[in-house]
Ligand binder design. Structure first.
Ligand code: NAP
Length: 337
């Protein structure tokens, strides 16, 4: 009996899917606003929204770990951060934005179309003619377990956002830099007393900010102390602090604690690809969202170390979408209104 003929392999040529007009990386107010504007300009944006965190936080940026938002225009009674982001997302989806619940792990902006990977290996998860970067920034935290439980429940990283909730209360700010002084001074408009808890006996803040803080009769300083724990099950009730030299500990009753020890932009992914300032923030051309790579735009907190507000992030997301649309049109591709 002769050997059975081996099945004939059909070789199908690998066809690369056409590139997207626009890929957006990041799903905070900047990325989702860019998605709404791109989708309404018929650019069918693909948005990499990130993944749920190990603690179950959903993608959507810093507002997903915020409770009441009272300064976003259009909500006279305030809105919960996650509800606001869900509304942004639904609006982008309504106009046809495509979502991938993945984190971009690598980018190649050296060739066109641009390539984006999610996970490590080939092929790329997507290619795109234009990319909008809106990966945001994170406030640095103290690294205490209780921070997650009490964030938005007395613990905050944004005095502009949350100061109002502490009208007539006693609160504290951790940190000794310009941010901490700025937050402490702003908070004196609301709180009866603001204690600045600093780990050394000298501030890092600029002289002018130090002078302003020292001149306030509502600001007190607790030198050489670190915060070792937060007290309160449902809401912050106090903080445990420890003297850095003697090790002596005590608990201070407080209604609020603002952590102001710095921010970190989420830009590791773009090292070597996009120009960054020494502090790691992406550099955009003044008055635009253009980065140093034509066709790559940046918006939101990843390129803003000054304002850091949801509404300013959303505004710059709109700018990035318009910049991308105009750039694509100038290249002879892209959607039309
Ligand atoms: P920063 O200058 O890096 O100061 C961070 C502060 O937090 C330092 O005092 C540091 O203590 C403290 N710190 C860091 N990690 C800590 C920890 N784990 N526990 C306790 N304390 C901790 O950050 P920033 O204040 O956010 O300012 C960032 C940049 O923006 C600076 O260049 C600043 O001048 C600028 N800025 C300017 C203005 C203004 O001009 N109005 C306002 C805000 C920010 P040590 O001092 O002991 O290191």
């Amino acid at each position: 009996m002769g050997e059975a003929a081996a099945p004939r392999r059909l070789l199908t040529p690998r066809v690369n899917p056409p590139p997207h007009d626009v890929a957006i990386i990041g799903s905070g107010p900047a990325g989702l606003t860019a998605a709404i504007y791109c989708a309404r300009a018929n650019l069918a944006p693909l948005l990499f929204e990130g993944e749920p965190s190990s603690t179950g936080d959903q993608p959507g940026g810093q507002l997903m770990i915020t409770t009441d938002v009272e300064n976003y225009p259009g909500f006279p009674d305030g809105v919960m951060g996650p509800d606001l982001m869900a509304a942004f997302r639904a609006q982008a989806a309504r106009f046809g934005a495509e979502f991938r619940t993945e984190k971009v792990s690598r980018v190649d902006f050296s060739q066109r179309p641009f390539r984006l990977w999610a996970g490590g290996s080939d092929p790329p998860a997507a290619t795109a003619r234009a990319v909008i970067v809106s990966t945001g920034a994170q406030s640095l935290l103290l690294g205490l377990e209780a921070e997650e439980r009490l964030m938005g429940r007395g613990l905050s990283t944004c005095a502009t956002c949350d100061g109002f909730f502490f009208t007539g209360r006693e609160i504290a700010v951790v940190g000794g830099g310009d941010s901490a002084m700025e937050e402490a001074l702003f908070l004196t408009k609301f709180a009866t007393k603001v204690t600045v808890i600093h780990r050394r006996d000298q501030l890092r803040a600029s002289k002018i900010m130090q002078d302003r803080a020292f001149a306030s009769d509502r600001i007190e300083f607790l030198w050489n102390h670190i915060v070792t724990d937060l007290v309160g099950a449902e809401a912050l009730e106090g903080v445990k602090v420890q003297h850095t030299e003697s090790g002596a500990e005590h608990t201070r009753p407080l209604a609020g604690l603002f952590v102001a020890i710095g921010h970190r932009p989420n830009t590791d992914l773009f090292a070597g690809s996009l120009d960054m300032a020494p502090n790691g923030y992406l550099i955009t051309e003044a008055g635009s969202t253009r980065t140093n790579v034509p066709g790559v735009f940046a918006c939101g907190d990843v390129q803003d170390d000054v304002y850091r507000q949801a509404v300013t992030a959303a505004g710059s997301g709109c700018m990035a979408a318009i910049d991308a649309e105009r750039w694509l049109e100038a290249q002879g591709s892209g959607g039309h209104r």
